[in-house]
Design a protein around this ligand. Sequence first.
Ligand code: 16G
Length: 543
Amino acid sequence: MGLDASRLIKAASGFPLPPGIHFSYGTAGFRADGSILDCVVFRAGIVAALRSLNTGSTIGLMITASHNPIQDNGVKIADPNGDMLSQEWEPFAESLANESNLENVVQVVEDFMQKNGVFKVSASSGKVLLARDTRPSGGRLLDAAKQGVEAIAGVSAEVIGVLTTPQLHWMVRATNRGVGASEHDYYSQISSGFKCIVDMIPMRKNLASPSELVIVDGANGVGAMKLSGLQAIIPNVQLNVRNCGSEGGILNELVGADYVQKERKFPQNFGHASDLTKIQKSEDAEGITLRLLDGDKILTLLAIFIQKHLQELRSEVHWLSSVNFGVVQTAYANGASTKFLKENLGVEVVLTPTGVKHLHHKAAQYDIGIYFEANGHGTVLFKEEFFAVLTKTAPSEFRTEAAYKAARLLLAISDVVNQAIGDAFSVLFLVESALQYMNWTIQDWDAIYKDLPSRQLKVKVQDRAVLRTTNSETKVTHPQGLQSAIDMEVAKVTCGRAFVRPSGTEDVVRVYAEAATQDEADCLARGVAIHVHNLAQGVGLPP
Ligand code: 16G
């Protein structure tokens, strides 16, 4: 079957490319002001449809700009396993998105199809699941994406509506695995895995004791709305969701994980002394300070939790002795976390460039791989073969009760976790179950290691593409002279480390610095930012 060129041109003519803008497929898909994205989203629909034909599987397309401001929007594509679109397809997505001539749009598509053998797949096998977050431009853009999908003959578009991004990724994975893939199935899986872990807690405290209270920042977005689906069916946890968007709060404005992590401030409606009394820690009721337990701390907690059970299995079940376990971080990981993981836990730690797609790919190479970015994106992956062995092994084949229990626990963890992609809901309940299981307080968790002071800055430059990096973004190769300038700044402080990289979601260069004291980290970040400004054509005044 060939491409129906006239159908494609007719549909594409309804979505002209805005002049003078280059859209790049950044860290996580296309992102820009929602008002200029119709054409890009329509064309991303075409890409998703072709990907579906090419893989013979269901594909996902999500309209979201995650932590960006409310006026922004974006589009990303989920592959058959629920992970991000294969990086090999990104250049095609980008050239299609920027093609200004309609005839050439057909040409770009035809050339790509020919090269990738999309034609070989049966014409009616394509399906794309589409969803969006709560942004005002979402409905219009979802419709543009649907039309893009339907511009390719043989592919159907199923609009699911409003979902969190991880929910859509989960559904794509579940659909392709042939298991229950509804929103209800998603909630049930997390809840039953959580319940299973909680039921195995050694020497459980009084069963009738009140649940743990967890206060959640909904960031005035889709998460707040969807969390209610879990609230009703999760045992042992009482959720108090704030910033639900219902009281005039604006998405990601002074709220949300990115705001808290980058600004080191409480989100709106948090940080009141009354919260401390609610969680029975009334000691320092007035001077409430922010303690951030970020992605690195989550990673470390989960690594401790999982390693404990894995060791039990490895030592008792000989055919599991070679199971490998590794963790993946980025250069943003606080040096203290990496040191703890390597030296105290003895775990293999690998660094990748920023962006879930890089970390996920690496973590998938282990039997159990955990990846987290400091900003909180992350999850745990269980290799299919390892998972199958755990599922199929009869209880009698485990030499000890402890080993059998460890296997059941790992299986329960694999239920709570979203193996398609990092998911705040599943991570929340995974962390909660680990803390309850190990009988740890948040303070115990925080005390695993002490973060090295760090500072992040942004530098506006004329073209962030002039910055090129290597070694998982730890070194910069262009512009020339920048790396030696950074090295010089690092040498001025104690335990210094610094790197720069072009953002994939914003038009800026990001600077990260850490050192033995906060003053030194601040100083180092500033010093490096000035070099970036000078050597990479900074815009406006130096930082
Ligand atoms: C996106 C990425 C995240 C990355 C961040 C970096 C996904 C799902 N999300 O949010 O992994 O850390 O971008 O942003 O891939 P930056 O390139 O602007 O620093």
